[in-house]
Design a protein around this ligand. Structure first.
Ligand SMILES: NC(=O)C1=CN([C@@H]2O[C@H](COP(=O)(O)OP(=O)(O)OC[C@H]3O[C@@H](n4cnc5c(N)ncnc54)[C@H](O)[C@@H]3O)[C@@H](O)[C@H]2O)C=CC1
Ligand SMILES: O=C(O)[C@H]1O[C@H](OP(=O)(O)OP(=O)(O)OC[C@H]2O[C@@H](n3ccc(=O)[nH]c3=O)[C@H](O)[C@@H]2O)[C@H](O)[C@@H](O)[C@@H]1O
Length: 465
């Protein structure tokens, strides 16, 4: 098996940055270079002030601080890094297509294709090219075709090595991965490439957690893993609606079913709806693939996971409106949390965006407090929807840096992200600052109904009547 001395990763995002930092940390003899065309992002990865890294993840700045400049480098010199590396990870974004065939469902592979063409153009020595991005099944054959037809007689082995980390726990997920999946050809050179990549992960993970499959199984498994996880959230959210109509309590139902070892207890927290850059995108992609292979029943089955998630977000917004006497026009509603989950500054597809959009349509005045998300990001999220003008968004929605400021004279508070700090607030003070009756809508089931009602709040918790 080949001993690896230099690797590079194209794409310094939520996956490329943390993944490569952990590899550099665990493999001191390997030089790891992360490249990106986004100069600002690379500058932030190189910022001396580790609090300015472009991605917030617990434990990440310590790892970057310990390895950067030794065997971990961030650069915009894409061609140089490609040429020098023996293994090249492609970890660029693969968003849902917003144009043309497959618009709104298929994955947009233009960034991946650009990477493949760039590798083909620049490479002068044999390379292992690793798909780290989440890609539709059979993408490897497209990459292979580009590399083989435009390259300079260089030998390329293509592997699929999807990433399973979750944001907010990325470093821990990478260090203690349940499994690493490596798909590749079953030819002698394909097997050797799989073993070479396995040897990197074997620096810190037991061998039995490094799974090797064929390339198609690996690509498909990534989409399926996300689809199953999201399906659990939609399933429990569907039941949360039923709980609110009966005297059942979703926490008790989750515990009752989750203690069945066949069902398992994880991922059964009812919420205002799942967000994040991948669940929706990957399911839509799965739906698109199923439909293109002539399997409409399979496509419809998985599409329902998204439909239920949209319903949950809308249901939460509608409940706020109906509780506030059917009008939120001119009423101040404080949002606690904008990120799609705690411990990340990522807001992609966050439920908060859609709940805010629905309330702004009713002319509510929203004040947002999130401990990690910037004002700029919040406005960009809303503007992206193009529901109203950017000026109107800035007129109706304000961003504040203090939670108590958000509560000042608010008619209602909506909890949208499960940041731990929300549990530690002095809710008596929050109550005092608000207009009465003071409504509290808990989209993350964080607080105690009994305790909040005792303080005087009109309290609503998803999944509880
Ligand atoms: N965000 C997450 O938690 C997870 C994401 N994934 C998958 O990983 C892939 C990457 O996702 P993220 O890291 O979240 O995306 P991201 O958007 O944070 O980062 C992608 C980066 O690639 C760069 N890029 C795009 N084209 C480039 C090119 N031609 N040359 C150099 N750089 C280029 C962009 O400038 C950007 O900085 C996606 O396929 C996603 O589905 C998989 C598991 C977890
Ligand atoms: O491909 C990806 O991008 C990643 O997607 C998810 O990770 P992530 O989106 O970062 O975060 P999750 O912890 O899965 O949460 C996703 C959403 O579901 C919500 N959720 C999760 C669990 C739960 O019980 N209830 C619930 O509402 C979260 O609040 C969040 O909005 C998967 O967990 C990762 O394995 C995968 O690598």
């Amino acid at each position: 098996m080949k001993k690896v001395s230099k690797i590079c990763c194209i794409g310094a995002g939520y996956v490329g940055g943390p993944t490569m930092s952990v590899i550099a940390n665990q493999c001191p003899e390997i030089q790891v270079t992360v490249v990106d065309i986004n100069q600002e992002r690379i500058d932030r990865w190189n910022d001396e002030d580790l609090d300015k890294l472009p991605i917030y993840e617990p434990g990440l700045k310590e790892i970057v601080g310990a390895n950067r400049g030794k065997n971990l480098f961030f650069s915009t010199e894409v061609d140089k890094a490609i040429d020098e590396a023996e293994i090249i990870f492609i970890s660029v974004n693969t968003p849902t297509k917003t144009y043309g065939k497959g618009k709104g469902q298929a994955a947009d592979l233009k960034f991946v294709e650009l990477c493949a063409r760039n590798i083909a153009k620049v490479a002068t020595t044999d390379k292992i090219v690793v798909e780290k991005s989440t890609l539709p099944v059979r993408t490897a054959s497209a990459i292979k075709s580009i590399l083989e037809n435009t390259g300079n007689q260089v030998n390329f082995e293509i592997l699929s090595n999807p990433e399973f980390l979750a944001e907010g726990t990325a470093v821990d997920d990478l260090l203690n991965a349940d499994r690493v999946l490596i798909g590749g050809d079953d030819t002698p050179s394909g097997k050797a490439a799989k073993d070479t990549l396995s040897s990197i992960y074997a620096h810190w993970l037991p061998k039995e957690r490094i799974l090797q499959t064929n390339v198609w199984s690996s690509e498909l498994s990534k989409l399926v893993a996300n689809a199953f996880l999201a399906q659990r959230v939609s399933s429990i959210n569907a039941i949360s609606a039923l709980c609110e109509r009966t005297d059942a309590n979703i926490a008790e139902v989750s515990r009752a079913i989750g203690t069945d070892s066949r069902i398992g207890s994880k991922f059964l927290n009812a919420s205002v709806g799942f967000g994040g850059s991948c669940f929706q995108k990957d399911i839509l992609n799965l739906v698109y693939i199923a439909r293109s292979f002539g399997l409409p029943e399979v496509a419809d089955y998985w599409e329902q996971v998204i439909i239920m998630n949209d319903y949950q977000k809308k249901r939460f917004a509608d409940h706020i409106i109906s509780t506030l006497y059917n009008t939120v026009s001119g009423k101040k509603i404080a949002f606690y949390g904008w990120a799609f989950k705690k411990d990340t500054n990522d807001t992609r597809e966050s439920a908060a965006i859609y709940v805010a959009d629905a309330l702004l349509e009713e002319r509510a005045e929203i004040t947002v407090y999130d401990p990690k998300v910037s004002e700029e990001r919040i406005y960009a999220d809303l503007d992206y929807l193009e529901t109203r003008s950017p000026e109107e968004n800035r007129r109706l929605l304000k961003v504040v840096k203090e939670p108590m400021q958000a509560a000042e004279e608010a008619h209602a508070i909506a909890l949208l992200t499960e940041w731990d700090e929300f549990k530690t607030y002095n809710w008596d003070t929050v109550y005092e600052k608000m207009l009465k009756p003071a409504f509290l809508f808990d989209g993350r089931r964080m607080l105690s109904k009994e305790a909040m009602e005792k303080k005087g709040f009109q309290y609503y918790k998803i999944g509880q009547s």
